[in-house]
Design a protein around this ligand. Structure first.
Ligand code: CP
Length: 312
């Protein structure tokens, strides 16, 4: 693995290898002293040109726990704010001898473009409305843990995964669909017609506008955030009406099977796409997703930079 730009680039073997190693990394996360020498001498630059809590922090923790030197760069406070191009910024940092760039950018495709310019490896930490591959991996990890805890050995094959909400503006949905296509999950997308991405009929998924009908069938219910910051027009009349049609409300929670996992990549809009009753339910796996984020990102960084894969 040279870069991680798209969940669709991962073979079945690579995806499972990343998830398996994340299990070992999760053990480290549970130790009182969380330090491995695996990436000693490696330098990782986290470049976030868009806001983030979970992804930026967990990549930084992941790098530090594996003894890498980690540096954070944001658009504000760097020479990008003086008009320097993304290409010149990347070439400048690459010339300093950086080993890996973890990049979030508002423009779809920008992260993949950077990989053409630099010698270092590049991880896509979310590009516009395009992809967020480590989110899909951590979601898969949390699903696998959930199924195992329920005594189910076969983790993904044939599992019914409902992804619900503002799919038009979501990078999480595309990466999850691509990864689950590789792992064997059956994805149903649920959204109002105005919030479905163009070309979704070619994604190899089922599409529904009836959340009440989908919920009782689902092994996983993944609610996605309504991304108001990316909405210029009226995609739905009011937040209240959106919630009535597509929110996991307290009333609708009764339609979710007790053994199904409720997931949300965060940040959550409580009371819009998910109620507090659902977010905090016994079968909610929201915090397990966050916890998995560190282990999965340790695994990704190790696959890219550790051992022989790290020789450049
Ligand atoms: N899920 C996710 O990417 O969250 P952040 O925006 O906080 O990183």
């Amino acid at each position: 693995m040279r870069h991680l730009l798209s969940a669709g680039d991962l073979s079945h073997r690579e995806a499972l290898s990343l998830l398996d190693m994340a299990e070992e990394m999760h053990e480290v996360q549970r130790r009182p002293i969380k330090k491995l020498p695996a990436l000693r001498g490696r330098t990782i630059v986290n470049m976030f040109f868009e806001d983030s809590t979970r992804t930026r922090t967990s990549f930084e923790i992941a790098g530090k726990w594996m003894s890498a030197d980690t540096i954070n760069v944001s658009g504000k406070g760097s020479s990008v704010s003086k008009g320097e191009s993304l290409r010149d910024t990347m070439l400048t940092l690459d010339a300093m001898g950086v080993d890996c760039f973890v990049i979030r950018h508002a423009s779809s495709g920008a992260v993949a473009q950077t990989a053409n310019w630099v010698r270092a490896c590049v991880v896509n930490a979310g590009d516009g409305q395009h992809e967020h591959p480590t989110q899909a991996l951590l979601d898969a990890y949390a699903m696998r843990q959930h199924f195992r805890a329920s005594g189910v050995r076969e983790a993904f094959e044939g599992k019914r995964i409902a992804i619900v909400g503002d799919l038009l503006h979501s990078r999480v949905v595309r990466s999850n669909v691509l990864l689950q296509r590789t792992l064997g999950g059956q994805v149903t997308l649920v959204a109002p017609p105005t919030l479905l991405p163009a070309g979704v009929e070619s994604w190899g998924v089922t599409v529904s506008h009836d959340l009440d009908a989908v919920l009782p069938q689902a092994d996983v219910v993944m609610m996605l955030r309504v991304q108001r910051e990316r909405m210029a027009g009226g995609f739905f009349p009011t937040a209240r009406e959106y919630s009535a049609g597509y929110g996991l409300t307290a009333e609708r929670l009764a339609r979710v099977r007790p053994d199904a996992a409720i997931m949300h990549p965060g940040p959550m809009n409580r009371g819009v796409e998910i109620s507090s009753e659902a977010a905090d339910a016994a079968n909610s796996r929201v915090l397990e997703q966050v916890s998995a984020g560190v282990a999965v990102r340790m695994s990704v960084l190790y696959h890219l930079l550790g051992g022989e894969g790290g020789a450049r």
